[in-house]
Design a protein around this ligand. Structure first.
Ligand code: PHE
Length: 502
């Protein structure tokens, strides 16, 4: 049975796949601007502490759960726990829901990549601004659906070839390529005039407020909740992804060392993404300000001079408006950097998406095996991808709330801008990243810490590792992780429902 389930070809193959899962849109897009908006260095330090005391520990626990049971998420919880066996469902529900918008964002990357490619090919043709482009893309639901189908087809082809034949192979080429492309973009970004302001925004405590990028720094609890939510999402935790990937790992491999490498690599790439994105966006904003650019004031409706506060560093506009303008401002070779950048983001999105899909696929494969049948992988992958397409269809058609079918439109409510009813993407995000993920992680740490006891997993962790972290592991999983998770959960509810608790 073990044999037919498949396994990673090598430890490095597993590592690249796990890093591929972790490195995704969360790193390239979420991390840089959340860091900037939360006071730069303060955020970075809180993020590091949470990554070591919570992220690293949960990562080891998830890999151990998967490897010990040799089953995907639902099977692992069922085997290990009596009281918490249903959490497995939560951890299959979340990745399925996340895919509804992850696939659409991946589709936008394909659209932008092709667009830059055609700008490169037809140099001299009229080129639209980032804002115009993004606007016309969002209000063209059929284009978005078509590219989402394309993104899902790519994922389907990878997942159907299996864990070592598909996922591992893709990441073995994709991850090194991503790294090289990231370095190219960083060099370009840091050599733009004005880039140093972006670096200060990222690394000098209090600079974002002092220079006028944001009006005031958020409070400590908000930063804690933001950093925590970001850390969980970025490390692919509480989504069954690491349980699933761990279930295909050989008993000789070192879980502690592997977890450390994944956490460090993910954090390095997130910081590198910050260096690629923020200085470029800031430099371009400064060039516009110096060029006398004006904006329409939202409060007064009047035209006024652009300021630092108008440089868009957050949300979808960072990736698809601000950066597109940066590439266009670079002259004839700008589109080349555009192609490299959006391809890099696309690879990051695919390598994460295939791990999300694999969580659901592994569940069905295991279920077939339990019934004594050999699951038909290509057929299962096809059905999972089709089901994802149905929910993604809604998100793609909605175009971030541009087409009148957002939750608040349909429910006849007021739009709570950037809250859960703003658009279908935010609604799906609220259910998965906002609630199911922190809740799942909280219950998981309670299960390991208090029901099955850390010892159960430590026995598994000792296989392949001579490093003893028993005391640290037990203490973190019993006390620090649950406490951190409660804070994160409250912070997420606060953000999505605009309650203003923090
Ligand atoms: N870690 C991925 C990112 O940063 C998202 C993800 C979450 C992937 C959970 C798999 C599981 O974008």
């Amino acid at each position: 049975m073990e044999q037919s389930r498949g396994s990673w070809g090598s430890n490095i193959g597993f590592l690249l796949a796990a890093i591929g899962s972790a490195v995704g849109l969360g790193n390239i897009w979420g991390f840089p601007y959340k860091m900037g908006k939360s006071g730069g260095f303060t955020f970075l330090i809180i993020y590091f502490l949470l990554a070591v005391f919570v992220g690293f520990i949960i990562m080891i626990a998830e890999l151990a759960m998967g490897r010990k049971t040799g089953k995907g998420t639902i099977g692992a919880y069922h085997t290990l726990s009596r009281k918490f066996r249903w959490i497995g469902w939560l951890a299959v529900f979340s990745p399925f829901i996340i895919m509804s918008f992850y696939s659409v964002l991946g589709a936008y990357c394909i659209e932008y990549m092709s667009l830059n490619l055609s700008n490169l090919a037809f140099a001299g043709a009229e080129i639209k601004t980032g804002a115009d482009l993004f606007g016309s893309m969002l209000t063209n639901p059929f284009g978005a659906v078509a590219f989402t189908v394309l993104f899902m087809v790519i994922c389907y082809l990878i997942n159907r070839s299996g864990v070592s034949g598909g996922i591992e192979k893709f990441n073995k080429i994709g991850m090194p390529a991503l790294f090289v492309m990231l370095v190219i973009i960083i060099i370009r970004s840091l050599t733009l005039p004005g880039a140093s302001e972006g670096l200060k925004f990222m690394f000098v405590p209090g600079y974002a407020v002092k220079a006028g990028f944001i009006s005031e720094a958020p409070g400590f609890l908000t930063v804690l909740a933001t950093a925590g939510g970001q850390m969980f999402f970025s490390l692919s935790l509480a989504m069954g992804a690491m349980i699933t990937y761990g279930s295909y790992l050989s008993k000789q491999e070192n879980l502690v060392k592997n977890s450390g490498i994944i956490v460090v690599a993910d954090t390095i790439v997130a910081t590198m993404a910050g260096l690629a994105v923020i200085p470029a966006a800031v430099a371009n904003g400064i060039a516009q300000i110096n060029g006398g650019a004006t904006v329409m004031d939202a409060a007064t409706g009047l035209e006024r001079a652009m300021t630092f506060a108008d440089i868009q560093l957050g949300g979808p506009s960072l990736l698809f408006v601000t950066l597109q303008d940066v590439f266009q401002a670079m002259g004839p070779i700008g589109p080349l950097f555009g192609v490299i950048f959006y391809l890099l983001v696309l690879i990051a999105a695919i390598s994460s998406a295939i791990s999300l899909i694999e969580v659901v696929v592994t569940y069905f494969m295991d279920r077939a095996a339990e019934k004594g049948r050999q699951g038909n992988r290509p057929r299962i992958v096809l059905w999972v991808c089709l089901a994802i397409m149905v929910e993604a269809f809604l998100v793609a058609m909605d175009g971030l709330g541009s087409n009148g079918i957002a939750p608040y439109n349909l429910l006849g409510m007021e739009n709570n801008i950037n809250g859960w009813n703003d658009c279908w993407l935010d609604f799906m995000d609220m259910m998965s990243e906002g609630i199911a993920m922190p809740l799942g992680a909280l219950l998981m740490s309670l299960m390991v810490g208090w029901e099955i006891k850390p010892r159960t997993l430590l026995d598994e962790i000792h296989q392949g590792s001579r490093l003893r972290i028993d005391g640290f592991f037990s203490f973190c999983i019993r006390f620090i992780a649950p406490l951190g998770m409660v804070m994160i959960l409250l912070g997420q509810i606060d953000t999505f429902f605009r309650l203003g608790i923090f």
